[in-house]
Design a protein around this ligand. Sequence first.
Ligand code: NDP
Length: 337
Amino acid sequence: NRRLTLASRPVGAPTAANFALQENAMPAPGRGQLLLRTVFLSLDPYMRGRMSDARSYAEPVAIGDTMVGGTVSRVHVSKHPDYQAGDWVLSYSGWQDYALSNGEGLIKLDPAQVPPSYALGVLGMPGFTAYMGLLDIGKPQPGETIVVAAATGPVGATVAQIGKLKGCHVVAVAGGTEKCRYALETLGVDACLDHKADDFAEQLAKTCPDGIDVYFENVGGKVLDAVLPLLNTGARIPVCGLVSQYNATALPDGPDRLGQLMGNILVKRLTVKGFIIFDDYAHRYDEFARDMSQWLGDGNIHYREQLVDELENAPQAFIGLLQGQNFGKLVVRVGDD
Ligand code: NDP
């Protein structure tokens, strides 16, 4: 049984040296327990926060502990009355080949309905995040303009497509021409801009002639800077993530723009609301699952995964995720299904 542990806390961007691959004996399930084989491991930006001991909404991973993470696993051995060997489950087994469980928190998956790995993306935590953040905080109205960055990732792509389903003008922001082409051709957004372009802010202003009504905040940094002057009175900002800052070790250079931000919030009566998906919305999961299953079934929502083979490649793939090297929902195929 192999597992990846946190060897040291990163300063700035994580490196391979922050992780250690360890081999230990296969755990043996006792009465009422299950041995789970990890098939798919989800890699997500929030894991950067768990590597750090800065105060946050969740406890950090301790040095030497297995890195945490959502998995799609299969029951390898069952000594639990509700499960049989071969069952597919959504688990939180972390970065390892096998894990013990007492069944608590597991969700059974039906592979005949949708590919099981979707439970880590569009039909799971990231899809739920997009759904609640956009609909409950963003409250998009037909004809309004939505801006969303990281637009080809599992959260952003879902936000963009729900925005179109709600009759909005959707302006996507992504890193590079290939991602933008995908956003336009497959996700069906009205425009897609590359945030790496020197004149990104001017392009955004030209692309949003009627201003911006909903800015779904995934990234912060330069994208937020460009969005701020374009916000309309009464605009909503669901603050979902700030991935451009996760590796930062200090505040950025330049003038302090906090006063400008607060001035905008006041004068334009902005709604700026952070949320942590399961802490705030667990009670509305069924609503999401029903709508999303319907949209996927009808072909209204497209979903792209990037599969990386082998557990030992997880650190490198994760390091790349924080730099935009993934294209779609990043998933490690740890074991054979
Ligand atoms: P993605 O798969 O979209 O990966 C992150 C993407 O962020 C990268 O691919 C890259 O896309 C973009 N990015 C990275 N660095 C920068 C930068 N400096 N400037 C602009 N863009 C950058 O991730 P997810 O869809 O899983 O997550 C999206 C956001 O949602 C994250 O901030 C995450 O933390 C947050 N989140 C929040 C939750 C909550 O409960 N609040 C729950 C789940 C996710 P590109 O190359 O296109 O720029």
